[in-house]
Design a protein around this ligand. Sequence first.
Ligand SMILES: [Zn+2]
Ligand SMILES: [Zn+2]
Length: 212
Amino acid sequence: MLRYLTVPVTPFQQNCSIVWCDETMQAAVIDPGGEVDRLIAEMQRLGVTPTALWLTHAHIDHAGGTGEMARRLDLPIIGPHQGDLFWIEQLPEQSRMFRFPAAEPFLPTRWLEDGDTVTLGHTEVAVRHCPGHTPGHVVFHHAGAQRCFVGDVLFAGSIGRTDFPGGDHDTLIASITQRLWPMGDETVFIPGHGPESTFGRERRFNPYLGGT
Ligand SMILES: [Zn+2]
Ligand SMILES: [Zn+2]
């Protein structure tokens, strides 16, 4: 079964999630935006073995610690979708703009596509491409655990910003309604910022999505 611990990192309190298979204790880190020492300490405390870094998208608060962590732990970088290459190339600029520690450059070991799966020990996690906030944004869905790690696509009571380069409001709404809602009302999602919620609750009560 899939288990996880969410660790808010960076001044943006980005929800980095350490996810692991409780049979093999193999772990992946979703969106290591920064505070790499702290993330490594948490994994030691949990007794899990990191095997990969998974990225939802390449904004600095989600991807800023990726290069450093991959280098220090010798881990593959999985995702996001290739549509976010320009954001990865702009990480040094994003670091300066938001006064983050300089992000070490990296390129993903593997780009992700809609319908891909990523493996963690004995468990498999489905990948859906959900553009709109960024063109290459992906989410990680584990149907058995009824959990989805959605990055900045959807929040409890809000949706991702679409005023950045490559953002598009209609595309974001289509990603949410056509790719997230079919995962089921009971599915709990872990957003990039703030508290968890369920797709059912957002489908009914989120003011940006009323009636979808
Ligand atoms: Zn973002
Ligand atoms: Zn974010």
